[in-house]
Write a protein that binds this ligand. Structure first.
Ligand SMILES: Nc1nc2c(ncn2[C@@H]2O[C@H](COP(=O)(O)OP(=O)(O)O)[C@@H](O)[C@H]2O)c(=O)[nH]1
Ligand SMILES: [Mg+2]
Length: 219
């Protein structure tokens, strides 16, 4: 194979990413293949915005002012792979439905919660979950429930603060310290808390680096 056909030599986030599939329930999950990194968090925390900022493509994951819009697991992969045989992408990013959106009809909430929990618990190729926390709100009870589940299922996760442009810098540092302390005894938690602003492009390189390391790729 000529060297320029070897896509793995190209930088992970320096090429276009594409949407490949929306998964409304477990039976529509793609067969386990590339390593997966998922973005979880309360509704409206900034999951879709962060994915877009990471890959530098504003309209890739649908973002919304209206909480509760993403109802599926949305799969994104770097472009240029057939997805067949050995030609698998190096990884997939998975945008998850948010939890904790009280206004949604109960049967919807139940279905999304079940999908989120089933996926997080049972996906062998799921390498790391980034649990996003709005820096204005900090860890809430339903975030703690998700962390409990990840600890129990031994799925590695890291906390990422979002929307840091909305609070002052000393408050970001204080929240990082407090959150680090809160997760200190959690067995599946990566002990460093990241902080980001998709709007201002802050903390993105650190997160890209963390993702690349997680899946054993160079940036
Ligand atoms: N100020 C600010 N707003 C953000 C940031 N990230 C997301 N938002 C806004 O928060 C809302 C929800 O974002 P979205 O990515 O759809 O959240 P999701 O429901 O977790 O996927 C949208 O109005 C975004 O524009 C950020 O870093 N800073
Ligand atoms: Mg979303």
């Amino acid at each position: 194979m000529p060297a320029d056909r070897n896509m793995d030599e190209k930088p992970l986030f320096g090429r276009p990413w594409i949407f490949i599939r929306g998964v409304p329930s477990m039976k529509f999950l793609p067969p386990e293949g590339p390593l997966e990194v998922a973005f979880a968090g309360r509704s409206n925390v900034g999951k879709s915005s962060l994915i877009n900022a990471l890959v530098g493509h504003k309209g890739l994951a649908r973002t919304s002012n209206t909480p509760g819009r993403t109802q599926e697991l949305n799969y994104f992969v770097p472009e240029g792979y057939s997805g067949e045989g050995l030609d698998l992408p190096p990884m997939a990013l998975v945008d998850m439905p948010g939890y904790g959106y009280a206004q949604a009809p109960k049967e919807h909430v139940d279905a999304w919660t079940k999908l989120v929990f089933d996926y997080l618990r049972g996906r062998a190729t799921l390498k790391r979950v980034y649990v996003l926390i709005d820096s204005r709100h900090g860890l809430k009870k339903n975030d703690e429930e998700v962390l409990d589940l990840l600890d129990k299922a031994a799925v590695s996760y890291q906390i990422v603060l979002t929307k840091t442009d909305k609070i002052k810098e000393p408050a970001v540092d204080k929240l990082i310290a407090e959150t680090t302390e809160k997760i200190r005894k959690r067995p599946a938690a990566y002990p460093f808390v990241l902080s980001t602003s998709s709007e201002k492009g802050k903390g993105l390189d650190e997160l890209r680096q963390a993702i690349a390391e997680t899946i054993g790729q160079s940036l």
